[in-house]
Design a protein around this ligand. Structure first.
Ligand code: KIV
Ligand code: ZN
Length: 534
């Protein structure tokens, strides 16, 4: 683990704070797939979840601890409110990891004290100290976050930080919980902590921040200049409300502008030593995986990983880039692993070639998943002459994203065109094994399919997002459909890929419905969102 002057520690909270955004709920296999990819990406710490929140969260943290928290893998962390039962659950869940961390938090702003906690400052400081000491009885690696630090009185913050460090906190994390601060203010807050907390050299200063004003990444970079050495971030910046600081933006800013940032870490301006441990070539793939599994699409103009991030449209730019890339490009697309979309496999490629290419792309599938993915590959190769890396990725992501297998799509058939009313027939197998068929007329073929599925399943829901993207160029491209549904339990996403976009649309809808149905059956209690006292 890095020390204060060494390098920047990347703490990824995609699976905890990231998963808190509406519709991004992941199942255990999906969380594991993301955790494994985060380990390949080289993050130092994975906040794998909030163990006390639900049995599912507990199990996911435990499995990630066991399978990803190996000797040479990342530290596995669980969030816990500053309460004994939370800390105990976190400690139990991270136990299988070679290195585990408990991250406990308690709000310190007067607004939170008065309206949410209904506690005095001295009560809060005492609880924080006591709970850090309690967490320390389970592991040496304890992080404390004074929630809403960005709006807390700095003098009170200094006092709480000094007390939790004395109690054993090895990382103190400063959250801008509501995304309110500006870069100058946030930098000054970190500077103030460095100068006014007498034992601060015994802990790493971390930062955590939300993007409500679009300032999270800028705030973090200013924090680095003032002494922060751990950055809490998420892939694609997903998270509560406007999201968290985006990992890829932070890492690439530190990489591309390392001559600017080096001196703040006590290095020579021209030092080529990486500022983070991240393998930047894994960034694009990680972004795609998180987007596919969470159903949170990446906006085309998103920095680093958006579809247009490396595209030059204007004639003047294209001309400049052709003459010399440096004219309009500050980084090479290959740095984030965006290689040319190679045509690699075809109809005659065998299982071995498929498995080898998967390995080269960094996917390790179980024998069962490999078999399923290979069948899909053959199906698609029959319809599409050339299969590229991006197609393979879409197939594999489809196999990894397993919504609960409750309703199964058995058949979808549509009739449409400018002389007929769009009509769809669907057959689904119900969770109890019954074969159910129905038909419906819609405004278009997808609408007709969704109406027919609704008639069969009879699950009330509202479709709030529908998007089709093609994986590659060309008329025979695979289409990826992402949808989001809402009911009183929340927002649920579904995704599917197929060369036939009507089939992909139907499958994505069934996947989302299954998630919604499962959640409605098993009401999930999330203490951070539901408990009024913390
Ligand atoms: O935003 C926040 O304050 C958090 C804490 C739990 C660190 O997510
Ligand atoms: Zn947060």
């Amino acid at each position: 683990m890095a020390t204060n002057s060494d390098r920047i520690i990347i703490f990824d909270t995609t699976l905890r704070d990231g998963e808190q955004c509406p519709g991004a709920t992941l199942n255990i296999d999906e969380k594991l797939a993301i955790a494994k990819q985060l380990a390949r990406l080289g993050v130092d710490i994975i906040e794998a979840g909030f163990a006390f929140a639900s049995p599912g969260d507990f199990e996911a943290v435990g499995k990630i601890a066991q399978q990803v928290g190996t000797e040479d893998g990342p530290v596995i962390c669980s969030l816990a409110r500053a309460r004994q039962e939370d800390i105990k659950a976190a400690a139990e869940a991270i136990k299988p990891a070679y290195r585990g961390r408990i991250h406990t938090f308690l709000a310190t702003s007067d607004i939170h004290l008065k309206y949410k906690l209904k506690k005095t400052r001295s009560e809060v400081a005492a609880i924080a100290e006591e709970m850090v000491a309690y967490a320390k009885t389970f592991t040496d690696d304890v992080e404390f976050s004074p929630e809403d630090a960005g709006r807390s009185d700095p003098e009170f913050l200094y006092e709480v930080l000094e007390r939790v460090i004395n109690a054993g906190a090895t990382t103190v994390n400063i959250p801008d919980t509501v995304g309110y601060t500006t870069p100058q203010e946030f930098g000054a807050l970190i500077k103030g902590i460095k100068e006014n907390v007498p034992n601060i050299d015994q802990a790493i200063i971390s930062v955590h921040g939300h993007n409500d004003l679009g300032l999270a990444v800028a705030n973090f970079l200013e924090a680095v200049k003032n002494g922060a050495r751990q950055l809490e971030c998420t892939i694609n910046g997903i998270g509560e409300r406007a999201g968290n600081a985006a990992l890829e933006e932070l890492v690439m800013a530190l990489h591309v502008r390392r001559q600017y940032y080096n001196p703040f870490l006590g290095r020579d301006r021209d030092s080529e030593l990486p500022l983070t441990n991240i393998d930047t070539k894994q960034i694009y793939k990680t972004s795609r995986l998180v987007s596919n599994l969470t159903g949170m699409l990446v906006q085309p103009n998103k920095a680093i990983v958006g579809a247009n991030a490396f595209a030059h449209e204007s004639g003047i730019h294209q001309d400049g880039v052709l003459k010399n890339k440096l004219t309009y490009e500050i980084m090479d697309a290959q740095l984030i692993g965006l290689t040319d979309n190679q045509i690699v496999l075809g109809k005659h490629s065998g299982r071995n070639a498929f498995r080898t290419r998967l390995k080269e792309l960094g996917y390790e599938l179980s024998e069962t998943d490999l078999n399923k993915a290979f069948l899909r590959f053959k199906e698609i190769a029959d319809k599409k002459k050339e299969i590229s890396d991006w197609d393979i990725e879409a197939i594999v992501n489809d196999e990894i994203q397993q919504a609960p297998d409750l309703f199964k799509l058995e058949l979808v058939q549509v009739s449409c065109g400018d002389r007929s009313r769009p009509t769809a027939t669907v057959t689904l197998r119900s969770p109890t094994g019954e074969e159910l068929t129905d038909a419906a007329i819609g405004t278009g073929p997808v609408d007709a399919v969704y109406k027919a599925i609704n008639r069969v399943t009879n699950i009330p829901n509202q479709l709030i997002e529908f998007s089709v993207q093609s994986v590659t160029a060309g008329i025979d491209a695979i289409g990826e459909v992402t949808i989001r549904l809402r009911n009183e339990e929340g927002v649920f996403s579904g995704r599917a890929a197929n060369t036939d976009i009507i089939v992909a649309s139907a499958q994505a809808y069934v996947n989302a419905l299954n998630r919604l149905y499962a959640a409605t059956q098993l009401k999930r209690e999330h203490p951070q969102l539901t408990s009024p006292n913390f």
